[in-house]
Design a binder for this molecule. Structure first.
Ligand code: E4P
Length: 218
């Protein structure tokens, strides 16, 4: 399973990249706003830190302008995944970019039907937003199960299931059980994965007992 971080905070990205566990980055216009930084230089900066896919989202919604924006974004680096919305125009841009060998992340997916269309359009990634589905009383993980099952029926579908809008560690664990390809998580949720009270308790006991031995490894 690949781990992407869902943030435009360059310091968080650098910190997570230093763990060696980070496979990519996803951003969106709301995260860019939150960063307070200029979009294109920021994506350039992120691409210099992370060698895996870096998602950068188009801002327009009509085909012509989206295409021009996508063309500009993909020139930033070969590992930019252009993010387009799951709309008829967005998928048209996706198909054209994919045919030309550019990675595309199709975002704002909320149904299996939409995920089928994205795969047909050659998307490198489909991003179902599970937290936002949970928020409105649906079950986001059931959607992941459906999409993974459907894609598995068609080996010619090369699209990876990128679980997005993750709110907690169990979203990640359950996505892994289902066999999703990628999770994109806020930095806070990635950090939560490390924690267990028995790890803390056990380590404290080992440290204390080691001191009592009076020995040193170095
Ligand atoms: C995915 O690419 C999106 O940036 C993100 O996961 C959206 O999550 P949110 O629902 O927490 O805004």
């Amino acid at each position: 399973m690949k781990f992407f971080v869902d943030t435009a905070d360059i310091n968080e990205i650098k910190e997570l990249a230093s763990t060696g566990l980070l496979d990519g980055v996803t951003t969106n216009p709301s995260l860019i706003l939150k960063s307070g930084k200029s979009f294109i230089p920021l994506i350039e900066e992120i691409c210099a830190v992370v060698s895996g896919p870096v998602s950068a989202e188009v801002a327009s919604t009509d085909y012509e302008t989206m295409w021009k924006e996508a063309d500009k974004l993909r020139q930033i680096a070969d590992h930019v995944a252009v993010k387009v919305p799951l709309t008829p125009d967005g998928l048209k841009v996706c198909k054209r970019l994919s045919d030309e060998g550019t990675m595309v992340n199709v975002t704002l997916c909320f149904s299996a039907a939409q995920a089928i269309l994205a795969a047909k359009a050659g998307a490198a990634f489909i991003s179902p937003f599970i937290g936002r589905l949970d928020d409105v009383g649906s079950d986001g993980l059931t959607l992941i199960q459906d999409i993974v099952g459907i894609y598995g029926n068609y080996p010619d579908f090369q699209t990876e299931v990128l679980v997005a809008s993750i709110r907690n560690p169990m979203h990640i664990v359950e996505s892994a059980k289902i066999g999703a390809d990628v999770v994109t998580c806020p930095p806070s949720v990635i950090k939560q994965l490390y924690g267990h009270p028995l790890t803390d308790k056990g380590l404290a006991a080992f440290v204390e007992d080691w001191k009592k031995t009076g020995q040193s490894i170095l």
